[in-house]
Design a protein. Structure first.
Length: 620
């Protein structure tokens, strides 16, 4: 997700009070702690983020030892050739190395999070709150074991005598990060949950990109994985429509901000669109022909406009869908740009396009063919991923100087946060599982970081070690912590069971409306219900079952874990239409062929005692 974007209103109140975690009461977490005593102990959380400050007291146990099993700093090239690093990039730090660095007060540190985002979000999930005597700012699962994978860097300018930082992002690192995570899950032997806490609008967003395939493979191997829906809500950043044969259309774009604005359009490989660009001064560039086949490339570099027009086999995301991509970067002056498309060969005619950056806090937006929704990020469109969104609980706090602060214009109590992305995915699936309260959460801050310099975000009574975090970047790690408690309660939960429990443990109200829907998913997550449903899994909710292979060409094996006198198998489409039903007797393993075209199917398995589980299957 993105950085912290806040609108701050100062008032004149000066006082001291205990602030705690605003989301704790909202999600009934205190009831979970008081009733079940869960802490996340013997559960592994893997945070794929901007790194972590291992020196923060939140991540050091009562004996002075690190709670971090590994830090994999993929942005540090010094360890790429280390024989202990088989991944070819980055540097790996073990708990022993981290403890040695803590003991010697190593300066500079082995690795750190100079921005602050990764430290803050890890603190929401599993910080132990020990930076203050009363543990006021404790995270959700304070005894969980931690792995931090530093995969990206946010840019920021110099501040308070500290140097600035250049941004870094390489999407090819995602499968490597997941391979590292898998190896360490196998090594440590703990139930685990992994969060990739980043992602923004753009790409195919249909679950077929290279990284979505890597995510689905990771989940299919038995790993719980989540990614927030994104922070790209609140602006007209999605457009769609149809083009007829020989028809010309204009997609109007307001570039209201300096810097780069990316336009990313997807359409059928069976179609051909020529493209022209009208600049704000009226000069027209083009027309430029479409690529002539699936391997075609028709790129144009016009200086302050780059056009990447690619066939389905060479688009920028490695997607397996039969769609071609038209990517345009506008880096020049602000004003109204027009993307002029002509349908020279039309079999389908449909197109879907996104703008980035275009969200509630800026004025970049589409002016024509605007379609609401579809702002979910590509990672969150993976077929098997758990996807939370963010809603508002408390938008005020008292800062370290005793000044009352308030965020305005972000939504009122109980409402969806204005910046939350929404589904559907570009292939029409529900892309949100549930909403968690991320407005605002309290999180670990470290001295001399970009976050910590904004003193109005540093909390009173925090010893300068805690501040606020908002957006989906807060809702997702909060959800991750609740999943860690679920896995402590029942370490044998499968990813499919975790997702189903979270959906069943979400509640609807006047804010959510009828659920599920593309904004709220199944509603507002309740931690107490999630734990109760987890503990009741053996008695009432589920049978134990798994399917393989997944994805499949159509044929799969259902392993029931034990033999049942009678089992019913029902196959549903993603739209809820039942397309197959079978009954079996005295089977522990069932061979099934999914009929119909490629896509997502839900396999509902029910035994004689009405225990059931629904598993998600992908037919290639």
């Amino acid at each position: 997700m993105k950085k912290l974007y806040l609108l701050i209103i100062l008032t004149f109140s000066q006082f001291s009070f205990s602030q705690g975690l605003p989301a704790r009461e909202e999600t009934s977490l205190d009831d979970v702690y008081n009733t079940y005593g869960l802490t996340g102990e013997n559960v592994l959380i893997i945070m794929i983020e901007r790194g972590i400050d291992y020196r923060h007291p939140d991540f050091i146990d009562e004996n002075g030892n690190t709670r971090i099993a590994y830090i994999y700093d993929m942005t540090d090239p010094t360890g790429a050739n280390d024989p202990e690093n088989p991944y070819g990039v980055g540097t790996i730090f073990t708990s022993a190395q981290i403890n040695d660095a803590l003991d010697t007060n190593l300066d500079p540190p082995l690795t750190t999070d100079r921005h602050g985002h990764g430290t803050a979000t890890t603190g929401i999930t599993c910080g132990d709150g020990s930076g203050t005597a009363n543990l006021e700012f404790q995270g959700v699962a304070p005894k969980a074991t931690i792995i931090s994978i530093k995969i990206t860097l946010d840019s920021f300018p110099p501040f308070n005598g500290e140097p600035g930082q250049s941004g870094f992002w390489d999407p090819t690192y995602v499968p490597i990060a997941l391979a590292f995570a898998q190896d360490k899950i196998d090594e440590l032997g703990l139930p685990s949950v992994t969060l990739m806490n980043l992602g923004s609008i753009g790409g195919p967003t249909d679950g077929t990109s290279t990284n979505c395939q890597a995510i689905d493979n990771f989940i299919t191997a038995g790993n719980v994985f989540l990614c927030g829906v994104g922070d790209d809500g609140g602006e007209d950043n999605f457009a769609s429509g149809n083009i007829n044969q020989n028809q010309t259309i204009e997609i109007d774009i307001n570039k209201g901000e300096t810097g780069n604005l990316r336009f990313d359009l997807w359409y059928s490989e069976d179609d051909r669109f020529t493209v022209s660009i009208e600049r704000p001064n009226g000069i027209i560039e083009g027309p430029f022909s479409a690529p002539n086949n699936v391997n075609g490339v028709e790129d144009q570099n016009l200086g302050d406009i780059y056009i990447g027009h690619r066939g389905a086999n060479v688009e920028f995301w490695g997607a397996t869908s039969n769609r071609r991509e038209l990517l345009i970067d506008f880096s020049g002056v602000t004003g109204i740009y027009k993307v002029i498309l002509e349908g020279t060969q039309i079999n389908d005619g449909g197109f879907k396009a996104t703008l980035n950056a275009a969200t509630y806090y800026n004025s970049n937006k589409f002016l024509s063919y605007v379609t609401p929704g579809y702002s979910i990020n590509d990672f969150a469109s993976a077929n098997l991923v758990i996807t939370p969104t963010d809603y508002v609980v408390q938008n005020d706090w008292v800062d370290i100087d005793g000044v009352f602060r308030d965020i305005t214009g972000q939504g009122e109590y109980g409402e969806i946060w204005i910046g939350s992305s929404s589904s559907p995915t570009q292939d029409g699936r529900l892309g949100v599982d549930f909403a968690a309260p991320g407005e605002v959460c309290y999180a670990a801050y470290s001295p001399n970081t970009y976050y910590e310099q904004f003193q109005f975000n540093v909390l009173q009574n925090s010893n300068g070690l805690y501040g606020i975090q908002n957006a989906v970047s807060a809702a997702a790690p909060l959800s991750m912590g609740i999943i860690a408690l679920m896995l402590e309660a029942n370490p044998s939960l499968t990813p499919e069971q975790v997702e189903t429990i979270l959906q069943q443990s979400s509640i609807s109200d006047s804010d959510t409306g009828s659920v599920p829907n593309d904004t709220w998913g199944y509603g507002k997550l309740n931690a107490l219900l999630a734990i109760e449903n987890t503990l009741g899994i053996e008695e009432s909710n589920f049978i134990t079952a798994s399917i393989s292979p997944n994805p499949t060409n159509g044929e799969l094996i259902i392993n029931l874990g034990e033999s049942y006198p009678e089992t019913t198998i029902e196959v549903y489409t993603v739209l809820g239409q039942k397309v197959q039903e079978y009954n079996y007797q005295n089977r522990s393993e069932i061979k099934l062929t999914i009929e119909g075209q490629s896509g997502i199917y839900f396999i509902k398995i029910t035994n004689l005692k009405e225990k059931s589980v629904t598993l998600k299957a992908i037919k290639k």
